[in-house]
Write a protein that binds this ligand. Structure first.
Ligand SMILES: [Zn+2]
Length: 245
């Protein structure tokens, strides 16, 4: 079992770890800050190194309780310890977009009782799909954007904590998300909560306060069928973001 450091500290950029298993270009460490992907958030990239030995982490995946780092080239089999370093700019962008999508989903639920059906974030944009019961107009989209930016600007703290499964199942906010899909053998559920906006069972990485997200701008919309809607967003207000208009 790899110790998943990113669950406790999303801001960890560097770490040291012992090699547990090394097979060709794949390495398992006893602990890692590399996120293996999931919940719409891509796997991290970065480097693993020790002395003159260095490899680029091109992909990361979860395999049972292990996290497997896929390297660009094989490292010598005698290596026992490695220092990991994330491509932090990319990961931090994922954290901001992830938190933006949670805020968006909370706003859409609170204002329109619409449930999220999927989402995908990237370094420079994100999209969210939801089942939207009302008429889909430019005004509605503008209102969603306005409400989301308002919520983000309120500098709301983002909290991460574990809840016993039974307790999580009693929370109506959590029921609308994925908690009811958590297998019964799982005794505690990791909750990511944006104060007053949204709470979800979630294994991803997020920023600590909505102020770090900045703002959003809706850059695309799609309507597939009566209920199935999509919003595409970019972030504004951070370094390298789209300028605010
Ligand atoms: Zn999430």
């Amino acid at each position: 079992m790899s110790d998943e450091l990113f669950l406790r500290d999303a801001y960890l950029e560097e770490f040291e770890a012992r090699v547990v298993n090394l097979a060709g270009r794949e390495v398992v460490l006893d602990r890692t800050a590399f996120y293996p992907g999931g919940g719409g958030q891509p796997a991290d990239k970065g480097t693993l190194r020790v002395g003159p030995v260095q490899a680029i982490v091109v992909d990361v995946r979860r395999e049972g309780g292990d996290i497997v780092h896929v390297l660009d080239n094989a490292i010598p089999g005698k290596v026992q310890k490695l220092k990991g370093e994330l491509d932090w700019e990319r990961r931090y962008a994922h954290m901001r977009y992830h938190t933006a999508l949670h805020t968006l989903s909370g706003v859409i639920w609170n204002a329109f009782s619409a449930k999220v059906t999927g989402g995908q974030m990237r370094e420079d944009r994100a999209r969210m799909d939801f089942s939207f019961p009302e008429e889909w107009t430019a005004d509605v989209v503008a209102e969603i954007e306005r409400l989301t930016n308002h919520a983000l600007a309120e500098e709301r703290p983002v909290r991460v904590y574990d809840l016993p499964r039974e307790e999580a199942l009693k929370n109506p906010d959590l029921i609308r998300t994925q908690v009811n899909l958590v297998p019964e053998r799982v005794k505690t559920v990791r909750i990511v909560e944006i104060e007053g906006i949204d709470a979800q069972a979630d294994g991803g990485t997020h920023v600590a306060n909505t102020s770090e997200v900045g703002g959003i701008r809706v850059v695309g919309t799609r309507s597939k069928g009566r209920l199935n809607k999509r919003l595409e967003i970019v972030l504004t207000g951070g370094e390298g973001d789209e300028p605010v208009e």
